[in-house]
Design a protein around this ligand. Structure first.
Ligand code: LMR
Length: 339
């Protein structure tokens, strides 16, 4: 595609209908990727969204054309090339960052930081400039380091609001509910349980002692279940290796949709949505930690704090905190080096 044509298709807009019940613009950064495409599909079908803005460095015209044929009244804009990122994010209420490089077998999420940090850096700078009041959500790994990095950039631009920056950890909850529902023989939607900490290995702490319905497992089974939840992303990475590689995309898109929905309900004042997310907080010994949050018109309405932990969970909490401190520092150090 030559550069002229490229510019012509950088801003594509389709509108259906004139009034919408909600007036929320959701921007997906990384919309052509494995998570981005299914997430955009889910958002294009979601009644809480009025405008969907899709951005990627490549393949936007095709994804845009495809999505724009879906017969829902959500309007859609498509943007491509870094120079158009500001237009993509302008006036967004929610920015969901799902782009970046995915893990390969043998890699940990933190191994992606060197590749993905610059992506997050670029986007955070544009968020600071174009939509500092947006709810800024990071799916791009490693979440534990990318969120502190984004926070430093927003702080430098004097627009950091701890209520509006989120590391998306919803997939850990989605997986926990699925696995626990299988054990209990109930519907996944009936399972309620906090998953706290971060989004990587031992920083993921499912609080089984708080699970409803109650989960009565002996120590060996509980340890096995916790390990499966902590390593579920790796399970997908290994399974996908036989098929061209990659990490979770479909379940991650589902999780990102659930989180976006909760944010939009909060913005709308529709009930009191509660979701765990990795945010700046003082509830633990880490500057960032995922705990249940009540969401509202300004993002985090109330941090519901650390749930009660059993003696075994206390030990896991200490392990999570030690690792998280290092992950968080990595994000801050990157910022210091590049600024
Ligand atoms: C996941 O949990 O599936 C994602 O964070 C992707 C990964 O690398 O595991």
């Amino acid at each position: 595609m030559n550069s002229l044509k490229f510019r012509q298709i950088t801003r594509l807009v389709r509108n259906f209908g004139t009034t919408t019940r909600n007036d929320f613009k959701v921007a997906v950064v990384g919309s052509s990727g494995g998570i981005g495409q299914p997430l955009c599909l889910l958002l294009k079908r979601n009644k809480l969204v009025s405008k969907l803005s899709i951005y990627d460095i490549k393949k936007t015209p095709g994804v845009y054309a495809d999505l724009s044929h879906i017969d829902t009244k959500i309007s859609i804009e498509g943007f491509q090339c870094a120079e158009n990122l500001p237009a993509a994010l302008e006036k967004a209420h929610v920015v969901m960052v799902v782009g970046g490089t995915a893990r390969k077998p043998g890699m940990k999420r933190e191994d992606l930081f060197n590749k993905n940090a610059s992506v997050v850096e670029e986007i955070a700078n544009v968020v600071a400039e174009k939509c500092p009041k947006a709810l800024f959500c990071i799916v791009t790994n490693p979440v534990n380091s990318c969120v502190p990095l984004a926070a430093e950039i927003l702080k430098k631009k004097n627009v950091f609001d701890p209520k509006r920056l989120f590391g998306v950890t919803t997939l850990d909850l989605v997986r926990s509910r699925t696995f626990i529902a299988q054990i209990l023989g109930v519907e996944p939607s009936k399972v309620v349980m906090p998953v706290i900490g971060g989004h990587s290995g031992q920083t993921i702490l499912p609080v089984l002692s708080q699970c409803k319905p109650a989960l009565k497992l002996d120590k060996e089974k509980a340890t096995k279940l916790i390990k499966r939840i902590q390593e579920a992303g790796t399970e997908v990475v290994k399974a996908k290796d036989q098929d061209g590689g990659g990490s979770a995309t479909l379940s991650m898109a589902h999780a990102a949709l659930l989180f976006t929905e909760a944010l939009l309900k909060g913005l709308k004042g529709d009930g009191k949505p509660v979701k765990c997310s990795f945010v700046a907080s003082d509830v633990s010994d880490c500057a960032y930690f995922s705990t249940p949050l009540q969401l509202g018109k300004n993002g985090v309405e109330k941090n519901l704090g650390l749930p009660k932990l059993s003696a075994d969970e206390e030990k896991l909490y200490c392990i999570a905190v030690e690792q998280l401190k290092k992950d968080i520092q990595k994000g801050i150090d990157y910022f210091k080096k590049s600024n």
